[in-house]
Design a protein around this ligand. Structure first.
Ligand code: AMP
Length: 191
């Protein structure tokens, strides 16, 4: 069973690459951002709460996010493995993920972290804003906030996996196909 954390700053291409990995390796994809956006569309209480943070480029509080993640994992008992996209974004989330997987007799196999230069991130997010309809992509101030939050709160999660010998950095610059090939190469070493 492969359980993968696909990691990287906003605009690194996690969602795009996750779709390709899912196709080839038959993993169940959980994107916490997508789950929050589905809740916003459905106007649930969780959606209302998440929106108030997302619109500001802030993280949704750990307690809420972890609870949602557990429910997503529990909904898919037949999964051959998971790809976590956009989670964990804090060390407490990483610790919670270890606990959840341990309770199911499994663990994270690897964190693959996409490394992308900041100017390139901003370019990609600007282009994505034209098609995504995401409020948090449309506002340069919110984009900057998300990048700052990533650096301060999320980047340290790399150390969590590094200490477990599970961290792999992937060059996230270049074409989508080039990056996919680098990820597949890293994944083939795991299986
Ligand atoms: P994403 O789609 O991964 O770019 O996430 C969009 C927004 O959803 C983020 O800027 C956060 O506000 C929120 N979000 C997604 N995943 C998490 C998480 N693991 N922890 C806290 N907030 C999250």
């Amino acid at each position: 069973m492969i359980n993968l954390v696909l990691f990287g700053p906003p605009g690194a291409g996690k969602g795009t690459q996750a779709e390709r990995i899912v196709e080839k390796y038959n993993l169940h994809h959980i994107s916490t951002g997508d789950v929050f956006r589905a809740n916003i569309s459905a106007e649930t209480e969780l959606g209302k709460l998440a929106k108030s943070y997302m619109d500001q480029g802030q993280l949704v509080p750990d307690e809420v996010t972890i609870k949602m993640l557990i429910s997503e994992v529990d909904k898919n008992p037949e999964a051959a493995g998971f790809i976590f996209d956009g989670f964990p974004r804090t060390k407490p989330q990483a610790a919670a993920l270890d606990e959840i997987l341990e309770s199911k007799g499994t663990s994270i196999s690897s964190m693959l972290a996409l490394d992308v230069e900041e100017d390139e991130l901003k370019d990609r997010l600007k282009k994505r804003a034209e098609v995504s309809g995401r409020a948090d992509d449309a506002d340069p101030e919110v984009i900057q906030k998300r990048i700052d939050v990533y650096k301060k709160e999320t980047a340290p999660v790399k150390d969590f996996y590094s200490e477990q010998g599970k961290f792999t950095s992937i060059n996230g610059m270049g074409s989508i196909d080039e990056i996919t090939n680098r990820l597949f190469e890293a994944l083939d070493k795991l299986s």
